[in-house]
Design a protein around this ligand. Structure first.
Ligand code: GDP
Ligand code: MG
Length: 318
């Protein structure tokens, strides 16, 4: 079987890149591709409710952009016959195997929000996605305020998250930013108005044209047509539609929250109750100690406590 990577989907027409020859291949998939038997550990499985799904279940899958697939020729037509396990699987945009998400935040208009950032980072952990922070509109705040923001964001840099500062209008900060796309599939995310479209257009001026051509080719008003495409950029791919328009994290138990805080997790061996510590009201908690010592950003901890309370309140409703 030949191996390919799905770059584009229009309706039921798939554009694959053959992994060996790098050739573009047009392929089809037979309806819903295949019935997969899932066990709890399958990468296609997701817990959607409070109940744990112990049972094996069978799902039907459609191949999507970002998928690695097996394909075969049959009477001169190429057919996708297998989807490789996904490392992650987004719905909006409909893309699999995303390597990084650019979390776009503006300094102002809208105001930078640590609350939203911490929320996004939980989702990144849950979905097995790597976040990269891009701070836009650095031209709109004074230097003092910018330095203050940079100092606070150093906490996230110490967690291993890269932070970039840009002014997309003047393309300031782009020299370093353009290098991060190599060999990766990148999706942008962020609130309305933070500058996602401006950033995309500044990175890929030709994108505007391309998306226009495609919407014309598909005809007006045919918004139901399934179309997703990865755009080649600096030896990687960018998804043109931003993701995570609606943020909700599916956490049903208070003690599940801490696993999405790698910075807190790293300290739990120094908590009195070790890995059982929720870093809330327990005595001898190293996380709380480091918050007091200002080694952990206080907003980071405050947001954690708030999320924990929200999870508890939501649980009470069941
Ligand atoms: N001054 C300044 N304005 C920006 C910057 N980035 C975006 N904008 C403006 O912010 C507004 C919202 O940008 P847009 O790209 O539509 O945001 P989106 O909703 O995230 O796609 C527009 O008026 C942009 O011109 C920037 O770096 N500096
Ligand atoms: Mg936009």
């Amino acid at each position: 079987m030949k191996q390919g990577f799905i770059k584009k989907i229009i309706s039921n027409q798939y554009t694959l890149i053959d992994l060996d020859t790098k050739e573009e291949i047009l392929a089809s998939a037979r309806g819903k591709l295949r019935y997969l038997r899932l066990d709890e550990k399958s990468s296609f499985n997701k817990q959607e409710t409070m109940k744990t799904k112990k049972d094996t279940k069978i799902v039907t899958l459609s191949p999507k952009v970002g998928d690695y697939v097996g394909y075969e020729a049959d009477l001169d037509i190429y057919w996708i016959s297998e989807i490789k396990p996904r490392k992650n699987d987004l719905v909006r945009p409909d893309v699999a195997n995303v390597d990084q998400v650019l979390l776009v935040f503006s300094c102002i208009r809208p105001e930078f929000s640590f609350h939203l950032l911490d929320q996004f980072l939980i989702i990144m952990q849950q979905e097995n996605l790597t976040p990269v922070l891009v701070i836009t509109k650095i031209d709109l705040i004074d230097n003092h305020a910018l330095v203050e923001l940079k100092v606070a964001l150093r906490y996230y840099e110490s967690m291993g998250i890269d932070v970039y500062y840009v002014n997309s209008k003047q393309r300031i900060g782009f020299d370093v930013l353009t290098h991060i796309f190599k060999d990766k599939i990148t999706v942008l995310a962020g609130q309305t108005g933070v500058g996602k479209s401006t950033l995309l257009n500044a990175l890929m001026p030709e994108l505007n044209l391309k998306t226009q051509e495609i919407s014309e080719a598909l005809g007006r008003g045919k918004h139901t047509t399934r179309h997703t495409e990865l755009y080649g950029f600096n030896e990687g791919y960018i998804v043109d539609t931003p993701g995570f328009s609606k943020i909700e994290f599916r956490i049903f138990f208070q003690d599940d929250l801490k696993q999405y805080y790698p910075d807190f997790q790293a300290l739990s061996n120094r908590c009195k109750f070790g890995s059982n510590c929720l870093h809330l009201s327990e005595p001898g908690c190293e996380v709380k100690k480091q918050v007091e010592e200002k080694k952990i950003l206080s907003s980071r901890y405050e947001n954690y406590v708030q999320f924990a309370e929200e999870i508890k309140a939501q649980k009470a409703k069941y």
